[in-house]
Design a binder for this molecule. Structure first.
Ligand code: AMP
Ligand code: MN
Ligand code: MN
Ligand code: MN
Length: 282
């Protein structure tokens, strides 16, 4: 059973449409896929329709941007009802704030001698959410950066000319929206946060106390050692383990859907009691 519970489409900063993502994941051998676009659920219906004809089980998901202790972290909601009013309203608020942030990013780039980046990023983002990845692609396409990594390093990370501070959702409210919508909350890619151990343990304490259920133990940005470490932490905090590629499309530097190591022994998969997965296994 190949399960991948973290991926992106053109609804956020992925390069494939929801339908194309589902076809690609299926071709890579994925049996169960969660589409988890940033702060937006509008790709889920298209993805599910394609999943039905492709023979893949689609899990409705979302990846919510959170500000915690002055830092940005991401929580993934799985098995959500995308129409739940509290979730929908919360995500709409975050998307509006993304547009306001994008204007500040563009102003900041303009002050550094790079005009017109708002229109450039918007053209790459189609009608959906606007994120730093769209600015990064604009910077690459206009020759200001070699590739996405270079664009982030030179312009879009803290201390750089195109970086602006931003306030996302509170951890408690994002988790509340997901739980109100019937979903399971997973802390995304814990190895990507450059917290010291004390802050990480504090986050895990708070996350577990707020009803968090899973930790992304295996993901595109974890080494084998990191996965082992987060497997230990999942056990220590009574959390289930998740596995997700965070796939963003061809050439985006993330691992391919479904091509991740298995969960390390000794953890309980977050999908252990999911009827959707049992149905696929049968
Ligand atoms: P945003 O939510 O708009 O701030 O954008 C965050 C997204 O940017 C992440 O989900 C990644 O897809 C992408 N990203 C963040 N850091 C990097 C990086 N160093 N290189 C490439 N992509 C990155
Ligand atoms: Mn992204
Ligand atoms: Mn993320
Ligand atoms: Mn992601």
């Amino acid at each position: 059973m190949n399960i991948d519970l973290h991926s992106h489409s053109t609804v956020s900063d992925g390069l494939l449409s929801p339908a194309a993502l589902v076809r690609h994941a299926r071709a890579q051998g994925v049996d169960v896929l969660a589409l988890t676009d940033h702060d937006d659920v509008s790709g889920l219906e298209e993805a599910r329709a394609e999943a039905l004809s492709t023979g893949l089980e689609l899990i409705f998901g979302v990846e919510i941007s959170v500000t915690w202790c002055g830092r940005t972290i991401h929580v993934v909601g799985l098995k959500i009802d995308p129409r739940h009013p509290e979730l929908a309203a919360g995500l709409a608020r975050l998307r509006a704030s993304r547009l306001e942030r994008a204007c500040r990013i563009a102003d900041s780039l303009a002050a550094a001698g790079i005009p017109d980046s708002l229109a450039g990023a918007q053209a790459l983002a189609s009608e959906h959410i606007l994120g730093r990845s769209h600015f990064a692609r604009f910077l690459v396409e206009t020759g200001r950066a070699r590739d996405m990594q270079d664009a982030f390093r030179k312009f879009l990370t803290r201390g750089r000319p195109g970086y602006v501070e931003h306030r996302w959702a509170e951890l408690s409210e994002a988790m509340h929206w997901i739980r109100a919508a019937g979903g399971v909350v997973v802390l995304a890619h814990p190895g990507r946060y450059d917290f010291g151990p004390a802050l990480l343990y504090r986050l895990l304490d708070e996350f577990a106390a707020l009803g968090g259920r899973g930790l992304e133990v295996v993901c595109g940005s974890h080494s084998r050692e990191a996965s082992q470490r987060f497997a230990e932490l999942a056990r220590r905090y009574g959390l289930f383990a998740s596995r997700g590629s965070d796939y963003h499309g061809p050439g985006q530097g993330y691992s391919e859907p479904g091509r991740l190591p298995e969960l390390p022994p000794g953890v309980v998969p977050v999908w252990a009691d999911w009827p959707e997965v049992e149905a696929v296994a049968a």
